[in-house]
Design a protein around this ligand. Structure first.
Ligand code: S3P
Length: 162
């Protein structure tokens, strides 16, 4: 059964997924393989709606496998994905307050996030999304004062994973 990590940008989904299983699925990476370009370039050329379509296709294929999946922060933007998440039984929501996440996003130079170029816009997005993350979560973890290893341990404990 898959474990699906969800949450806003900067919550540490990929870092925690990697600790849970060396061979985890990073949805953003899979999408970039599929579109053969960085996500930011795809947003510029084709826009968000096309991105969400591909994100949904890649996600639906990924959940059929028994794996750890780190999703992108916007996975809950597509109602089809919300449906999948609703039916899944091991959805982990990594959360923190906006300022904590924004600090992490701003420090992450390696990852160009098209929807986090402007703080106010990102905050609005954060406020709009929080309810949906909560609604589909089977486990919610506040990551603020926790190390990635502590977070991974809480997930292992919850489902008794070695
Ligand atoms: C997005 C988050 C990104 C990536 C894309 C869109 C979003 O993933 O999927 O830039 O809409 O929040 P991370 O949450 O891994 O940064």
């Amino acid at each position: 059964m898959s474990i699906i990590l969800i949450g806003f940008m900067g919550a540490g989904k990929s870092t925690v997924a990697k600790l849970l299983a060396e061979e985890f699925t990073d949805l953003d990476k899979l999408i970039e393989e599929e579109i053969e370009m960085p996500i930011a370039t795809f947003f510029e050329l084709f826009g968000e709606a096309d991105f969400r379509k591909i994100e949904n296709e890649v996600f639906e294929l990924a959940v059929q496998k028994d794996i750890i999946i780190a999703t992108g922060g916007g996975i809950i933007e597509n109602p089809k994905n919300l449906n999948v998440l609703d039916r899944a039984s091991r959805v982990v929501f990594l959360t923190a307050d906006f300022d904590t996440l924004w600090k992490r996003i701003s420090m992450d130079w390696q990852n160009v996030r098209p929807l986090a170029q402007d703080k106010e816009a990102a905050q609005l997005l954060f406020e709009k999304r929080m309810k949906d993350y909560s609604l589909v979560a089977d486990l919610t973890i506040d990551v603020t004062d926790k190390s990635p290893e502590q977070i991974a341990e809480l997930i292992r404990e919850k489902w008794e994973i070695e």
